[in-house]
Design a protein around this ligand. Structure first.
Ligand SMILES: Cc1cc2nc3c(=O)[nH]c(=O)nc-3n(C[C@H](O)[C@H](O)[C@H](O)COP(=O)(O)OP(=O)(O)OC[C@H]3O[C@@H](n4cnc5c(N)ncnc54)[C@H](O)[C@@H]3O)c2cc1C
Length: 466
């Protein structure tokens, strides 16, 4: 028998759970169904708790600057569980010539050996950098950074930041799609230096975050996995796990017919697709082959997270910061390491050190194939020497993501156009999630909430017409 509902959501990652939550608030839980292929909701957002350690498997937090994320957290009754990063983790390091060098704020930065004297002098010319290419001409993140702050700073500062966020290569990622605010700042102020000075003036009185730009890295008690766990609890029977969607087609009267691997089907008036682009490309093939083909071309970076724990006395490094990132010209295997027990001390027992090392990235697709032993060898060879760690980790966990993060290349505009075309051609279809306009958890929540707001507006019009 085909079940009839108002809103179906495919994918129970953070996007699908957020969309499901707000759809259920509006239409009632009986009218909403979130269909999730795996046995666990949350997608890449998950936490394992073991032997007093809180081990975040994918993301470890979000910046507390997005009101719509904080609103959702409040609606889930989790505001009292927010945990902000320890201010002791304010310092950030970059690996250069096998040494960790602190990224200091200006003016101290200009005396730091992280960049050569020439590189530092080039930074000072930022306000006089050549103008952006004409509107419509694509520019990669690396091209933008090299044009504004010079090739050395682009390589040593921007490249690692990009691989920290996207697991990606600044040389192929599009500035417009990955960092739209940077482009806007340049257009508005003519220079990033001027834009930052203006921002500082406007924020006078408010103390900036010591931890990161525009917000403090924030998690929840019990780790970031608490968020999907609570959202799933609130959804109750409106969330169906272990339910893979295999095909979507137009329903006989109106709306959508969604087929699952179990052989049953659901008819819904509205459909929110919150699955990764490569998965959506498979099940949307029958509905709209052109959109499916555009989505299927989105490249993804593979990432592996290796969490390791040590008794404090085995680690000689003070771990007095957030962690470090590795520019691609300084070694290919580790992208960076977060000093979790400094950042969120409650995630490790006292007198223990917990580290999160990211391995792989877009340039390193074979990393997805490395077995546990190979990964632990990398940790021993690349990490232990840097942080002066004695012996093997007392505990380790490895989390692999062969399709970790979509890469917004200079071709990404075609994906966005295809998505918009599909939403226009099939009224009631909404595409949301990290495949489109931002990969951070905040972006995903914003995309989920936008989808539900547009859906509600369409429902209002549909009701008036009926
Ligand atoms: C290692 C790692 C670290 C990260 N760190 C951070 C961080 O610190 N901060 C931050 O803000 N962001 C971080 N991100 C990014 C962020 O976690 C993701 O972009 C975000 O969680 C994606 O959410 P989503 O719901 O859009 O997609 P996903 O989490 O991918 O969820 C999609 C869901 O769809 C399901 N699905 C797929 N196919 C089907 C199908 N056919 N039928 C039904 N269900 C299907 C999947 O099983 C999955 O659960 C990180 C990502 C990774 C991989």
């Amino acid at each position: 028998m085909t079940q009839q509902i108002t809103v179906a959501i495919v994918g129970g990652g953070i996007t699908g759970l957020c969309a499901g939550f707000y759809a259920a608030q509006r239409f009632g839980r009986d009218e909403v169904l979130v269909l999730e292929a795996s046995d666990r909701p949350g997608g890449t957002v998950a936490t394992e708790r073991s032997e007093g350690f809180v081990l975040d498997c994918g993301p470890n937090g979000f910046l507390d600057r997005e009101p719509r994320m904080l609103e959702w957290i409040e609606a889930l009754g989790l505001s009292d569980d927010l945990v902000r990063a320890n201010t002791a983790a304010a310092r950030r390091f970059i690996l250069k010539n096998e040494r960790l060098m602190e990224v200091k704020p200006p003016p101290a930065f200009f005396f730091s050996p992280l960049l050569s004297l020439r590189g530092r002098l080039r930074l000072l010319k930022e306000p006089f950098a050549p103008p952006p290419p004409e509107e419509g001409t694509p520019e990669t993140v690396h091209e933008f950074a090299a044009r504004r702050i010079g090739p050395e700073a682009a390589e040593m500062l921007v490249g690692p930041m990009v691989s920290g966020v996207f697991g990606g290569d600044a040389r192929i990622l599009s500035l417009e799609h990955c960092f739209p605010r940077m482009r806007a700042m340049e257009r508005e102020h003519g220079s990033l230096t001027k834009a930052m000075l203006a921002r500082r003036r406007n924020a006078s009185g408010k103390k900036g975050s010591p931890i990161g730009p525009g917000g403090v890295l924030t998690t929840l008690k019990g780790g970031i996995g608490t968020l999907p766990e609570r959202a799933a609890e609130r959804l109750g029977d409106s969330l169906r796990t272990g339910c893979e969607v295999t095909r979507v087609e137009a329903a006989p009267s109106r709306g959508f017919r969604i087929h699952t691997a179990e052989g049953d089907a659901v008819d819904s008036q509205y459909l929110v697709v919150a699955a990764p682009a490569h998965a959506a490309a498979d099940f949307l093939q029958g509905l709209d082959a052109a959109t499916a083909s555009a989505l299927g071309q989105t490249p993804y970076a593979a990432l592996t997270v290796v969490c390791t724990a040590y008794p404090r006395e085995d680690v000689a490094h003070p771990l007095d910061g957030f962690g470090f990132l590795v520019p691609r010209n300084q070694g290919e295997r580790i992208l960076g390491c977060i000093w979790t027990s400094t950042l969120f001390p409650e995630q490790a027992p006292e007198d223990w050190v917990l580290l999160r090392t990211m391995i792989g990235g877009y340039d390193n697709p074979e990393s997805a194939e490395w077995n546990d032993q190979e990964l632990l060898d990398i940790i021993r060879e690349d990490l232990h020497s840097l942080l002066a760690i004695e012996g093997d980790p007392a505990l380790y966990r490895i989390y692999r993501y062969p399709w970790a993060i979509p890469q917004y290349t200079v071709e990404h505009g075609k994906v966005l156009q295809a998505a918009e075309r599909a939403e226009t051609a099939f009224p009631g279809l909404f595409l949301a999630g990290n495949a489109y306009r931002g990969v951070g958890m905040n972006d995903c929540v914003v995309s989920a909430r936008n989808a539900i707001e547009r859906l509600e507006a369409m429902h209002g019009v549909d009701k008036e017409r009926a």
